[in-house]
Design a protein around this ligand. Structure first.
Ligand code: PEP
Length: 251
């Protein structure tokens, strides 16, 4: 039985002070949640205060990116060692905004995935198609190539990777994939894992959905047995909304 994971991606929002306040409220109001795993991924500058604020709670910490080297002359970059020391359990890798605005390729993401696994940080590996690709019937081809390239050469530790299916046309747009649209891609991903890894990896893999998940659509999305949780941007920035997402109604 796969446990749901609801993850907030705070993107480039929240000063350290604002982040601390939000984290403190979440710690209090989510303390009773046991059946869902919870993670929040603040900006790097807020990681220390958020780590402190959620200490001893059921909320885990994640980062939004990292470098594939652990140290070196890489001005402006963040090492996985820094994240580990702050208590990060997760790191988001391959988010479509990193692919789109910072030219991150499957090959680069593959290197980062390998390093994260070596460092024992669970990567949340994001994949998904553009609207034009969906409309021209290429969704599964794109997903297949992102899986082939992103996971190339990764055997050891593959069980630690969480996959997030995030159709680019649904991120921050208010357009959500229907539960059926999301479920068929999740099934495709699971099938790929079955063929390329093992039945066990496929059956145990948590596959999250991301793309305009909101309080008013979370229940129907999570009712799909293929969806093992959500990666949430906009709706994770406000306490009441994120709390409602974590406490989705099981139907
Ligand atoms: C995201 O940032 O991964 C995301 C899915 O954003 P939003 O929920 O705002 O669409």
């Amino acid at each position: 039985m796969r446990k749901h994971l609801i993850t907030g991606n705070w993107k480039m929002y929240k000063t350290p002070k604002q982040a601390k306040e939000l984290a403190q409220q979440l710690k209090t109001d989510l303390a009773d949640v046991k059946d869902v795993d919870i993670a929040i991924c603040p900006p790097f500058t807020a990681l220390p205060v958020v780590a402190e604020a959620i200490k001893g709670s059921n909320i885990e910490l994640g980062a939004q990116n990292m470098h594939y080297e652990t140290k070196g002359a890489f001005t402006g970059e963040i090492s996985p060692e820094f994240l580990l020391e702050l208590g990060c359990k997760y790191v988001i890798l391959g988010h479509s905004e990193r692919r789109q605005y910072f030219n991150e390729t499957d090959e680069l993401i593959n290197k980062k995935l390998m390093t994260a696994l070596k460092m024992n940080i669970s990567p949340i590996f994001c994949i998904g198609e553009k609207l034009s690709e969906r409309e021209s019937g290429k969704t599964f081809d794109i997903i297949k190539s992102q899986l082939n390239n992103g996971l190339a050469g990764i055997k050891e530790g593959i069980d630690k990777i969480i996959i997030a299916y995030e159709p680019i046309w649904a991120i921050g747009t208010g357009k959500t994939a229907t539960p059926k649209q999301a479920a068929e891609v999740h099934e495709y991903i699971r099938d790929w894992l079955k063929k390329n890894c093992s039945l066990k990896v496929a059956e145990e893999k948590r596959i999250l959905y991301g793309g305009s998940v909101k309080p008013d659509n979370i229940d129907e999305l999570m009712a799909e047995k293929e969806l093992d949780g959500a990666l949430v941007g906009g709706a994770s920035l406000e306490a009441l909304s994120f709390i409602r997402l974590v406490k989705f109604q099981k139907v």
